[in-house]
Write a protein that binds this ligand. Structure first.
Ligand code: RBF
Ligand code: MG
Length: 326
């Protein structure tokens, strides 16, 4: 997949394309239905498939830098789009000027002039541009003017409820990562660099942890989780703690991962955490021994969970040759 950040970079001799458009935060099962349909329509017509998306997330332009917390930051979003076999992604800068654009202008400029769309596929609730005037009806009218077909897909339902980024955010914020998985089509993932922590885990507790440098994205509710830890395409069973270490009274949130049967130095490396299941809330222990015993139990339970077929059935990286170690 080729990513373009500016319409000028797009090949000039494009003879047509099949396009879908959206913010795609989370690239969840609803988004995936749109993206897959776009790829199959493109293949049928011998045209390239294109996803148009925006950066920053349009809501963030108005609410301030980190609201809403994103399910997928741009890097991860593009990685998942690429895994779905799109030919191009056009990632347009979302500015106040873009927000104020009349939908007719947006369509003429990007969908028609830049992408020469022959088919545009949109989600059941999609509307864009000033006052959300760019809805299915308007797009269909414009399609007749410019000669592209518009198709709106029905929502994807799981347990009779529509799959949406908001629903997934709520589940993750509640710590319900296990039930968010079918909506995402994968475990909820967060990536970051391993940084130096307080050096208590190994020496004091006997459970060395990798501390993650947090990014501007959504973290599950504080607590202890069974997770897969992925480093350099190797996936290992692990337990993670998200919280304030009440036993020691930290004042900032930390995310740390104890990887099972692992002793390598991984400072400064990138680590990807796949959240499988929440085990419990963080507790304040009156003794180090109490905490130590509890972490031992957490580790046993996590190992059992990660040994189940359900925890292994979504190969954490769809295109990787990762072998699960259990
Ligand atoms: N710290 C707490 O104060 N309370 C906890 O309940 C707690 N649970 C943890 C569970 C696991 C699996 C791990 C890896 C860590 C946990 N910690 C907890 C964090 C612990 O205090 C931290 O790893 C050390 O202070 C080293 O940074
Ligand atoms: Mg540590």
């Amino acid at each position: 997949m080729i990513v373009y950040y500016s319409p000028e970079d797009i090949v000039k001799n494009l003879s047509g394309s099949c396009v879908t458009i959206g913010n795609f935060d989370g690239v969840h099962m609803g988004h995936q239905a749109l993206l897959r349909k776009t790829v199959s329509e493109a293949t049928k017509r011998g045209l390239p498939s294109v996803a148009v998306t925006f950066e920053p997330h349009p809501l963030r332009l108005f609410t301030g830098k980190s609201i809403p917390p994103l399910i997928t930051l741009l890097d991860q979003k593009l990685e998942i789009l690429a895994s779905l076999d799109l030919d191009f992604t056009l990632c347009l800068p979302f500015t106040r000027a873009m927000a104020a654009l009349a939908p007719e202008t947006f369509v003429a400029r990007y969908i028609v002039e830049t992408l020469k769309a022959k088919k545009l596929i949109i989600g059941y609730d999609y509307a864009f541009g000033k006052d959300r005037a760019g809805n299915y009806d308007l797009l269909s009218q414009l399609g007749q003017v410019y000669g592209f077909e518009v198709e709106q897909l029905a929502p994807v339902l799981i347990d009779d409820v529509i799959v949406s980024s908001t629903r997934i955010r709520d589940m993750i914020e509640a710590g319900d990562v296990w039930n968010a998985r079918p909506l995402l089509g994968r475990f909820y993932r967060v990536s970051g660099q391993v940084i130096h922590g307080k050096k208590r885990g190994g020496p004091m507790l006997g459970f060395p942890t990798a501390n993650m440098c947090l990014k501007d994205e959504l973290f599950p509710k504080t607590g202890v989780y069974a997770v897969w830890a992925e480093i350099d395409q190797t996936i290992m069973p692990a337990v993670a703690n998200i919280g304030f270490n009440p036993t020691f009274g930290n004042d900032i949130l930390s995310v740390e991962v104890h990887i099972m049967d692992f002793e390598k130095n991984i400072y400064d490396q990138d680590i990807l955490i796949h959240f499988v299941q929440r085990l419990r809330s963080e507790k304040k222990f009156s003794s180090l021994d109490g905490l130590k015993q509890q972490i031992g139990k957490d580790k046993d339970i996590a190992r059992q969970i990660l040994a189940t077929a359900e925890a292994q059935q979504h190969n954490p990286l769809p295109n990787s040759s990762c072998v699960l170690p259990l």
